[in-house]
Design a protein around this ligand. Structure first.
Ligand SMILES: *Cc1c(COP(=O)(O)O)cnc(C)c1O
Length: 408
């Protein structure tokens, strides 16, 4: 049999795939009616792309649109699209050094570059902060013998989930009015506990008092959202104290503008941490560290982004998002028809109409402008400044206009 060209470089097909990336054309095209069961005969690659483009590209939210500011999911820079294509072509497995010599170096390199900003000395990549949190808590259990996990009621559900998986008792503490963990409510003896502090809570962007680091047998900081502020000279102080943690989780697919799935778990003493969560196996040339087995080359995308932008380029984009958030927060706080939740200081804006239905107000806003958040049993609207291309004046005008229409 001659070689199967499906596995070879098809420049024409890939050129068509790149053309189709221009999303403006797709929203008008009809969806493909999907076969009810697995088709016996294939369409061929280019035809499959043509049929799928209206759905895959046309129906996804445009996270880089000028009024997209509802979620922690940023638009991604085009250099990551290119590297994702390269990665798919190579299909390297970081579990096997022989298949992925450079990809392993790339991951080690980004971890080595980023860990010092958090006072950590290494770590590894994970497919998200849920897995990064699980990895950190697993390390705390096996290295320090912790029996329970303490976190505030505003901590991410993945902390509770990790405690359950690991068979650790989960103890939830109350938060103050700004949704920060209240140190006064911590038990005096934390010698068998892992304390989880959140830097940038998912609902309101609050930062727990990071000076609680060191009170427990292990302190983990869930900096999934706000961690990247460590790269900004202007905003680094928000994370002051992070360097005294035992482990830190940061999602790169949030404020480091990476496609999913990309996150880091970092440790203050990486050698000891990795030794406690490392398994050798008969077919493995290097031990398998952490939760994942086969492990893709997300680090290569992050490396490319960091090389392309440098720290300053990355920080400038995060700072621009922070400026946008400040402008929006100030506008909402000054608006007589709107009520604003305490500013968490990490680019998450939470508000609601002072005297109208929150659901109706949200339905009247452009789609993608606000998500809803349930806080202490009440519904609020939430904007997250993860999109550097958000047009904040246009967003403000849309909110203002919605207020005016609601008032009549
Ligand atoms: C998003 C988030 C997580 C979970 O991270 P994933 O990357 O979605 O798995 C954990 N903690 C906080 C504070 C988050 O905002």
């Amino acid at each position: 049999m001659s070689s199967d060209t499906s596995f070879e470089l098809n420049s024409e097909g890939l050129r068509r795939a790149v053309e189709l990336l221009d999303r403006r054309a797709h929203s008008e095209r009809p969806s493909y009616e999907m076969p009810k069961s697995l088709p016996d005969r294939g369409l061929g690659e280019v035809e499959a792309l043509e049929r799928l483009a209206p759905d895959v590209l046309g129906r996804a939210a445009n996270l880089g649109a000028s009024d997209a500011i509802a979620h922690m999911d940023p638009p991604t820079p085009w250099i990551t699209w290119a590297l994702a294509l390269w990665n798919a072509r190579l299909n390297q497995n970081l579990l096997h050094p022989a298949t992925a010599p450079f990809a392993r170096e790339a991951e080690a390199c980004v971890v080595e570059w980023l860990a010092p900003f958090f006072g950590m000395n290494g770590g590894h990549m994970a497919p998200g902060s849920s897995i990064a949190n699980l990895t950190a808590l697993w390390t705390a259990r096996d290295l320090r013998g912790v029996k329970k996990v303490l976190a505030s009621s505003a901590s991410h559900l993945s902390v509770r989930k990790a405690a359950r998986i690991l068979g650790l008792e989960y103890v939830e503490t109350v938060v103050d009015q700004r949704h920060r963990l209240d140190p006064a409510t911590l038990p005096s003896d934390l010698s068998d506990a892992c304390l989880v502090l959140t830097a940038g809570t998912t609902s309101v962007g609050a930062v727990d008092p990071l000076d609680c680091c060191g009170l427990a047998a292990w302190t983990h900081i869930d900096a999934a959202w706000a961690g990247p502020l460590a790269l900004s000279d202007r905003h680094r102080s928000i994370l002051s104290g992070v360097d005294r943690a035992d482990s830190v989780a940061v999602s790169a697919h949030k404020w480091l503008f990476q496609p999913k799935e990309s996150a880091l778990v970092m440790f203050r003493d990486t050698e000891a941490a990795h030794a406690s969560i490392s398994f050798g196996g008969a077919y493995l040339a290097a031990p398998n560290i952490g939760v994942q087995g086969s492990h893709g080359a997300a680090g290569t995308l992050l490396l490319a982004t960091l090389l392309a932008w440098g720290r300053e380029g990355l920080a400038a984009r995060i700072e621009h998002c922070m400026d946008n958030a400040r402008r929006l927060q100030d506008f909402i706080a000054a608006h007589p028809d709107l009520e604003v939740f305490a500013d968490g200081g990490t680019g998450v804006i939470v508000f609601r109409p002072a005297s109208h239905s929150v659901d109706e107000f949200r339905a009247a806003l452009p789609q993608g402008l606000a998500s809803s958040a349930n806080i202490d049993g009440e519904t609020w609207l939430r904007c997250v400044s993860a999109n550097p291309n958000a047009d904040i004046e246009r967003i403000i005008a849309a909110i203002d206009e919605t207020c005016r229409r609601a008032a009549t």
